[in-house]
Ligand binder design. Sequence first.
Ligand SMILES: Cc1cc2nc3c(=O)[nH]c(=O)nc-3n(C[C@H](O)[C@H](O)[C@H](O)COP(=O)(O)OP(=O)(O)OC[C@H]3O[C@@H](n4cnc5c(N)ncnc54)[C@H](O)[C@@H]3O)c2cc1C
Length: 334
Amino acid sequence: MSNLTRDFFIGLSNNEYLNKTAKKWGFRLGADKFVAGTNIESVTNIVKELNSHGITCTLDRLGEFVSEREEATEAKEGCINLLEKIKSENLNCHVSIKLTQLGLDIDENFCVNNMQEILQVANAYNIFINIDMEDYARYEQTFDVLHILRKEYDNIGTVIQSYLHRTESDLDQLQDVRLRLVKGAYKESEKVAYQDKKKIDRNFIQLAKTRLLGRTFTSIATHDHHLIEELIDFIRANNIDQEMFEFQMLYGFRNDMQYSLAEEGYNFCTYIPFGIDWFGYFMRRMAERPQNINLVMKDTLYTKDNKLKKKPVIAGGVAAILFVLLLWKRKKNK
Ligand SMILES: Cc1cc2nc3c(=O)[nH]c(=O)nc-3n(C[C@H](O)[C@H](O)[C@H](O)COP(=O)(O)OP(=O)(O)OC[C@H]3O[C@@H](n4cnc5c(N)ncnc54)[C@H](O)[C@@H]3O)c2cc1C
């Protein structure tokens, strides 16, 4: 994808006004392809179905731009309700959390307290909590909070991003931390992050190998079959214990591959986002892959049985914007 198109969608994902307005719209623009519903009930059945195929899940109760304590407290209560639901329904899943949702940008101590309350419940129910990694501006603070929490709790881990130059050198201090490895979803400067896809991919492989040879569990989170195939060869050649890693993909992406990796006997975990705050997450997915824009365009213009939608003015307007973007992107790619 051209950097311009990517930057455009990342820009939309960072737009507070659009994020807040989209909460009132309900699902639009085909967001339901990638977001599993607005409440815990809608997610429960999806988790049960995946569990029945031997796939575990990680649930993300979406929330962006939290700037008020009340919002963060509400998010904390939402996470605790989610843990109660996981326990009462006996779901095979853990929870992914963004620290900004729990007040990181308001006050670090307040955020730590919120996390402690969540971890206390999660610990009692033996549920793992993963801190998602956000943009580089929050990188060091995220690790500070992690290390504070790890003094009391060990059912917690976080994410490392292969686009960052420093990740390899940071790995040493993370040897005992359960980690998810991703490429990285935010727009970062060349000072801190590789901009070239090949370098990001090579670093991903290098980091994955280091972790696979280490002593702590790693989630390899990518939809990139080239990387997965290369790592499977490495895992076989080095007799890596299957219990030391899993593959992870996002809900709605490469379903066939998710099922086939699980059928081949690999631990597999699907990351499932849900909730009304879908816009930022959805725009970051648009930024990652041109085909996602095509899918959304089709969804916006046509009903499920391939008929043109009855509200052609709105649908057409949205589709026209997406279409112009697509043309623009293709032109730039030439
Ligand atoms: C489970 C999970 C959790 C994540 N958590 C975080 C996080 O906490 N912080 C963060 O910054 N980022 C996170 N991300 C996002 C991540 O950083 C990447 O932005 C995202 O995964 C896109 O990179 P990719 O490795 O999947 O493949 P890409 O680099 O997008 O694609 C590489 C190649 O893979 C193939 N491919 C990719 N997707 C598809 C598809 N849908 N269908 C067919 N082929 C495809 C294509 O050949 C493509 O050229 C997470 C991703 C996953 C999967």
